[in-house]
Design a protein around this ligand. Sequence first.
Ligand code: ADP
Ligand code: ASP
Ligand code: MG
Length: 403
Amino acid sequence: MLIVQKFGGSSVADAGRVRNVAGIIAENYSFGHDMVVVLSAQGDTTDELLEKAAELNAAPSRRELDMLLATGEQQSIALMALCLESMGLPAVSLTGWQAGIRTNADHGAARIRRVDTERLRRELDKKRIVLVAGFQGVDRFDDYTTLGRGGSDTTAVALAAALHADRCQIFTDVQGVYTADPRKVPGARKLEEITYDEMLELASMGAQVLMNRSVQMAKRYGVELEVLSSLVRAPGTKVKEVTRTMEEMKITGIAKDENVARLTVAKAADRPGIAFRLLHELARAGVDVDMIIQASGRDDANDISFVVARDQAGRAADALTAQKAAIGFDHVSVDTDIAKISVVGAGMMSSSSIAAEVFEAFHDEHINIQMINTSEIKISCVIDAASADRAVKAIHRRFFETA
Ligand code: ADP
Ligand code: ASP
Ligand code: MG
């Protein structure tokens, strides 16, 4: 059996944790399995590297930043190889390049194009435990790229798909996927199973336990995932196409995203093409837009608001302001004091009362909803940042904590 395992940063944070993970790998290897193990950078290494870069350059080039960030994962794989070696086990560490992970050239958010598996296969044939640096690949110029924060999850799924692995296990610091962030909501419940679609929504809406692109890829290639703890031996959560619980539960989980900002374009001319031109400028600046609201106008002018990622808000405002005269509006303002709360569940498709129940939970807490967005299996509301945790707890109580 071929197993791909991924261990996140907290699971390999120090020597003790590295030894703990080495124990898990060794046990699986002793059963005769072929092992490919993807590791993240230790603890807060990636953040620390970003801080070091910021000390020297306020506007670093993305190529050099990737060169720096890629070192974090390389430390982890080498340390793990040394640890396994000390236990008398054959292991080899491979960078994204050596492991054949080819990406496009979009530094900092690179997408995996293909995985050339020859080297991986050769190492597996030698019965070596293969340790692969997560989060990184190499582009057609032979430059290192990184996949975006949380990218090691995507590396693991890509390898599982390319190698037709029998299992893909994502080890982390909680015991699986919960109905809400278990660190924030004490009553959160571990889910036995969750569908790809629900997991994709939760991940995209701020539940960082899996990177959303890893879930997308898992769905596309039919890779079943298991999310589980590297510290506690307990069954985790299966992420798959169809789950048994699908019809029983109204909703599956609640996510909070604080990395959001609202961009408001004031007094935009009320004529055809304005929304198109605004969105065109944002797309050119590489800014993804989530929700759009156009307030009904007065005096032939409308206010148009967008939700964007908070770390892209400055860039977005600059891009629009530069076209102010050409497009025709008064000014752009940015509000970062907001959060987005999302309620996800396939059960929503067949129950029209869920939206009302969610809105009632906000109402009971006297929380004003500023923007709403819905899809077949999700309701998202933008509220003020200070109320975010209270809102999640209130919704969680309503759907999961009543008998
Ligand atoms: P890793 O370093 O292993 O990749 P992450 O920090 O990226 O781990 O993701 C795990 C964290 O995700 C947990 O510690 C938890 O606080 C957070 N999280 C947010 N929402 C959820 C959820 N619904 N279920 C489980 N964990 C969640
Ligand atoms: N080390 C990278 C990050 O912190 C990738 C990962 O952990 O998945 O985002
Ligand atoms: Mg992660």
